[in-house]
Design a protein around this ligand. Sequence first.
Ligand code: FRU
Length: 500
Amino acid sequence: MTSEPLQEARAFEAQYGPHIPDRERPLFHATPAIGWMNDPNGFSLYKGECHLFFQYHPYSNEWGPMHWGHLKSRDFLHWERLPVALAPDQDYDAFGCFSGGAVELPDGRQLLMYTGVRRGHNADGYLQDIQTQCLAIGDGVDYEKYPGNPVLTVDDLPQGGSAIDFRDPKLWREGDGTYRAAIGNRTEDDSGAILLYRSADCLHWEFVRTLDCSCNRYGKMWECPDFFPLDGRQVLIVSPQEMDPEGLEFHTGNGTVCLIGDCEPGSGNFVRRHAQAIDYGLDFYAPQTLLTADGRRVMIAWMQNWASAGAKPAHCRWFGQMTLPRELSVRDGRLYQVPVRELEHYRKGCVKHTGVPVSGEVSLPGVRGRVLDMTVTVRPTGPDLYRWFQIRVAKDEQYETRLQYRPDEGVLKLDRTHSGLPHDIVHTRKFLVRPGDGAIKLRIILDRFSVEVFVNDGEQAASTVIYTRQEAEAITFEAGGSALLDVEKYDLIFDPKDAP
Ligand code: FRU
């Protein structure tokens, strides 16, 4: 049965979505048909295809009562639009269908678990959220809310757990056919925790244990968890609110943290051994992962930050995009990420320059454009180590986005101050990279409205949205001192006949 709010949302996106011309969107990053998008939800395989749901408010370019939008893909780059999957149409989710996960059931149906939010008055008369976990089951297009909803409530919380902040279940199926859900919560000390639940049938759930908690060290509420084994280690991903900066590792406000540890044999407890930022740029939040049929752990995230989500082009008809999906690995106890290898199918027109001496600002023949995949290696040359190196992209006489590397400090800086965003928000982010004797390798992926940088074969990533006019397509390189430069650049061309 399709409820009226769902029918209305489906009709709205079908009527107005196609009015937005393709050229006003990114070429290969996922965006909503129309209106607002935040977190990826239910990022998973279903019948061999990748399904990506997302937090969605079709009716405006601002956050509002949350629906689940729906896309699917065979290559993580071409996104087919499917009708809105969920609308807030029940008492228990009247304030919104918040983030969650998805799994394929053995009977061939797809099950979604999401946080149903309703609003009630607390003892002081204030309005507050009541968050519970709810299910919807369907065929990959249409979903029925489960009559037994909600399936996890305040009664299923451990001692001291908050019913106001109990959200964002991430689901997976274990090898023995049982299911697990990792869910964000807030504990008595007012900071975040991730709770683990288990189920034999995906309908009846019980609390297992607290996987890890912030104890006020990595921010307050921990949103949007994910939990998975990778390269012999165990990884817990969280998106904390209200973080304190820690040197150049974490920044103020909403951040993302990757906790790498091990599952203790016997007890199965997660023992954390290392914490790092997931993305060191400006726009990245609420990542989720899936496991591909060929065994790759692929991550996607909302390419935005809550603090700057008000800064958008005037009258934009869509707002919010997902990052390029990334393949993850753990090496030397750290998280690595590289663009999904599918991107390589769409690289055309290789331009290569090798060993170019740079001092002052230069541009190179054939190196320009706004939708491309470019790897730049900078090496010192001669006795005088360059003091800084700068790459400017999406550049014309007025605008540019800059990447600046200072080898003596080991600091890379991403700077979109002059990208044309007319809002006084944070525009720069600096982070430490591994000292490489003055050499650094940057893979830079540009789509029309974003820059994503992968440092030293995936040791770090940094993402930012930019809304610079598309005509700004120059790229320059500049050194303070002398450096040698290798550039390998491809245009990214998505011919519909190449779509899988
Ligand atoms: C994270 C988040 C989630 C919540 C959703 C609401 O960005 O705050 O915790 O489920 O957004 O849209």
